[in-house]
Write a protein that binds this ligand. Sequence first.
Ligand code: ZN
Length: 197
Amino acid sequence: MYPEPIAKLIESFMKLPGIGQKTATRLAFYTIDMKEEDVASFAKSLLSAKRDLHFCSICGNLTEEDPCDICQDEMRDKSVILVVEEPKDVLAMERMREFRGLYHVLNGVLSPMEGTGPEDINIASLITRLHDEVVQEVILATNATTEGEATAMYLSRLIKPAGIKVTRLAHGLSVGSDIEYADEVTLLKAVEGRREL
Ligand SMILES: [Zn+2]
C-alpha cells in the first residue's frame, strides 16, 4: 500500500530487534522528513559499523584494529581474564574503571534450547589463551540467567582442572533496591555472594 521505497525502508527497520510494523512505519516516515545530509551520514555509519569493525583475534571483542586496544595495552594485568557474553558487557565493565585485567568475549551463551553448543561460541580460543602460564584467574561474568549460569558452570568445570582460579561475579541486590521487592533469584544470589564485614 506504500510506494516501494517506503515499503522497503519499513521492512528494513522491522529487521531490528523490538521494532514492529507500527514503529517501523513511524521511523520510515521520520527518515523521509530528515535532512538529506543527516540521512546520508546515518547510512554511512550503518555501513561503517559493519565494515570497519572486526572481532579481536585474541579476546573476541569488537574492534577496528586487531588485536584490540585492551589486548595491546601493556599496562593491563595479564594474569586475570574476565569472561563476558557480549562486547557491550566489556563497555559496561570498562565504565566501572576498576578492572585492569584482560577480557574474553564469548559472543554468545550456551543454550541447548536454541541449539548453541560450546563450539558455537568463543570457548576454544579462551582455552588456548589459558595455555599461557601468565593467567592465574578467570572471572566468569556471564549474565545471571539460566543460560549464563549454565555457561559459567561449564567453563568452570573445563578450566579448574588446569589449576587456574575460577571465580564468579557476585550477583545481588542492585544499589538502592528493597529486599522486599527483589525476585527470588536475585535474593538467592545476594545471599550466596555475601561477604564478611
Ligand atoms: Zn582483544
